[in-house]
Design a protein around this ligand. Sequence first.
Ligand code: GDP
Ligand code: MG
Length: 297
Amino acid sequence: MKSGFVAIIGRPNVGKSTLTNALMNFKISAVSPKPQTTRQRIVGIANGPDYQMLFLDTPGVLTPRYELQRLMAKEIEAALADADVVVLVVEPEFGTDAESLLQGLRVRVPETKTVVAINKIDTVPKPELLPVIKSFSEKGFAAIVPVSALKRDGIDDLRAAILAKLPEGMPYYPQDQLTTQPERFFVAELIREALFACYGEEIPYSTIVEIDEFKEREGRKDFVRAVIYVERDSQKAIVIGSKGKALRQLGSRAREQIEAFLERPVYLELWVKVKAGWRQDGTFIRDRFRSQGNGEL
Ligand code: GDP
Ligand code: MG
C-alpha cells in the first residue's frame, strides 16, 4: 500500500486544474478536512486498490509581483516540502528549454521527488517535444511525462510516475468509505474539525461523531442528524454549554463548512450522548467507523 501528498505546481494557465481533475476521483470543493500530518489543504483524492494520493492546494500562481513574490515563494516552498511528490506542469512552447521554463517559476523545485508533466502535447507536433524532453532529462527529475490533460492522453503514465515516487504507507482516509459513502464520511470529518475549532484539547479527543441520518430532500434542505459521543456527563455539559450556547456555535460552524463542502444548504441536527468508556470499546469504535469514518483509526 502506498499513500502520500502530491503538490501540483506550474505557472498560471499551464493546465494544473485540468490535470488535477484528470488524476483524482474525489474532488473536495471549497473546504476540506485534513489529516493532522500536513499544514496544507487537500483539494482532492485519487484512490486506487493499492494507493491513495492526496492532492494539495498549492498556491499555483507563480507570476512575479514584487514583495508579494517573496512571500508567495516561501509559501509554495513550504507546500513543496510537505509534499511527497511534486508534479511540475509546463507547456511545450516552441523554442523553450528546461532552463527557461524553470526560471519562470521562481521557486526551488526539489528535482528528485518531482515529476515533470509536459502538458498540452495536443497543441504541438511531436518533433518539437523531443528537445524539451531532452533538456529536462539532464536535470535529475524523477520522470518526464508528456500529457494532454484536456484529451486525457498520457494520464495513466503520469499516474504511474507519481506512484513510483509515492511512499509506502496506510491510506490517510479509509478507502471503503470514500468509495461507498464519501459525503457522509466528509460530513463527519467536518463536524470533528469544528469540535477542534470550538473546544479545548480535552473535548475533541474524547468525542466520536456518528452520522445517524443523511437525507436529500426534494425542494428542501438536506437533513443531517449527527450524534457526538462523549465519555462523561461533565464533557456533555461542556459540549452543550450554558443554555445550549456552545452547541449552537458548534452547529453553526459545522453547518457552514458542510454547506460549503456539499455546495447546497443543509439542516444540521446535533445530539450529544454519553457513552462511558467508548475509547476502550473496540466494537463500538469499529461500528462508528464503518458507518462513516472518524478521522484517524
Ligand atoms: P491552471 O491555471 O494551470 O490551473 O490551468 P487550467 O487547468 O485552468 O487550464 C488553462 C487552460 O488551458 C484552459 O482553457 C484549459 O482548457 C486549457 N488546457 C489544459 N490542459 C490542456 C491540454 O492538454 N491541451 C489543450 N489544448 N488545452 C489545455
Ligand atoms: Mg487552476
